[in-house]
Design a binder for this molecule. Structure first.
Ligand code: NAD
Ligand code: MG
Length: 353
């Protein structure tokens, strides 16, 4: 039996994880937590809000599925890495913000870090067993979101409701907005760098509007491996929770009799600047990725509240990145400080209502 602690149990990933755990008799949900919604009866140990590491201490899990949204997931990520407990990570923001600190914690803890983000689960599977010198480059795919093909003028007045209707994935509100701005792909670029130790020049982003190809790895011999399947987060959730078993799931396999459209195109980084801003934050290093994430969280919340126009999200992030010092964090206190400073700067830049 594998003891699973599920954080963010009431969210989009969390609910799909509950479903996956129920289909695998070798998985046992020992703890479940949410930010504010009730989780009674989901698991023997439950918690709403508060310090999630207290729940993890009590639960003694074999695997932590961190499906909290945003920087709030950081203490749980660091707890699992530090304790050498397998971390199935959906909460990309914590890895992006913590960066080297998270990798140091993993080094000390010696446990597994398994991505749940679909592109990174796909990349992990393409890269497994390969040495760095065999790899030419990693390609992350993006659907392009609901506004693919639009001009900046056409994005000036888009509403939260329009931005929340994603063409291929049903997800929580924050990541859905991030997909519409391409900030999600920016976060994923940073996430991939830390997960796989690849330099930024070896990570590329391409648009693949049907979300069938999740990632692709080019090797030095000219061969490329792609991971393909219908867009369904239960696949990477099940992969991470049952690793290395690759247990059966009730998921529809690819059906070629229905036809399959696989088109690729470069992303429009002028119209969607957050991807390029994330790349720059990653290359600048230190706490720039942390600041990118913090400013983006503030701006997305303001956009969802109707306090910031869509194009203002990227502007807020760009201005914030221009004002922070980006100094590397030596410890968790430094990181929390860098996050707070970036949030304050981002808030200050918001239009006054
Ligand atoms: P969601 O908004 O649907 O759910 C978020 C969950 O986190 C909820 O259970 C909520 O109660 C909990 N939460 C929020 N703030 C909290 C706090 N301060 N303390 C404890 N719990 C808190 O979000 P989601 O779409 O499920 O995404 C979760 C994470 O997974 C995000 O980091 C997202 O980027 C990532 N992810 C999601 C998908 C997807 O398909 N939804 C795909 C890839 C990656
Ligand atoms: Mg993803």
């Amino acid at each position: 039996m594998k003891r699973v602690a599920l954080l963010g149990a009431t969210g989009s990933i969390g609910r799909q994880a509950v479903e996956i755990v129920a289909t695998h008799p070798e998985l046992e949900l020992v703890a479940a937590a949410s930010g504010s919604q009730p989780v009674d009866g989901l698991a023997p140990l439950t918690q709403v809000g508060g310090d999630l590491t207290e729940l993890l201490e009590r639960a003694e899990p074999d695997v932590v599925l961190n499906a909290v949204v945003g920087f709030a997931g950081l203490p749980a990520t660091l707890w699992a890495l530090e304790h050498g407990v397998t971390l199935a990570l959906a909460n990309k923001e914590s890895l992006v913000a913590a960066g080297e600190l998270a990798l140091d914690a993993r080094e000390r803890g010696g446990g597994l870090l398994l991505p749940v983000d679909s592109e990174h689960s796909a990349a992990f599977q393409c890269l497994e067993g390969r040495r760095a010198d065999e790899i030419d480059s990693l390609v992350l795919t993006a659907s392009g979101g609901p506004f693919r093909g639009r001009t900046r003028e056409e994005l000036e007045d888009v509403t939260a409701e329009e931005a929340l209707s994603h063409p291929t994935w049903q997800m929580g509100p924050k990541i859905t907005i991030d997909s519409a701005t391409l900030a999600n792909k920016g976060l994923e670029l940073l996430e991939a760098h830390f997960l796989f130790g690849l330099p930024y020049e070896q990570i590329e982003v391409t648009l693949q509007p049907t979300s069938i190809v999740h990632a692709l790895v080019r090797f030095r011999d000219g061969a490329s491996l792609a991971h393909i399947g219908y867009p369904d987060m239960r696949v990477p959730i099940s992969f991470a929770l049952t690793y290395p078993e690759r247990a059966a799931t009730p998921i529809e396999p690819l059906d070629f009799s229905r036809g399959l459209v696989l088109e690729f195109a470069p992303p429009d980084v002028e119209t969607f600047p957050l991807l390029a801003l994330a790349r720059k934050a990653g290359e600048d290093g230190g706490t720039y990725p942390c600041a990118f994430n913090a400013a983006n969280e503030v701006a997305v919340a303001a956009f969802l509240d109707g306090k910031l126009p869509f194009l203002g999200i990227a502007e807020t992030v760009e201005e914030t990145l221009g004002e922070v010092d980006g100094a590397p964090a030596r410890d968790l206190d430094d990181l929390v400080e860098a996050d707070a400073v970036a949030r304050t700067l981002a808030e200050k830049g918001l239009p006054v209502a």
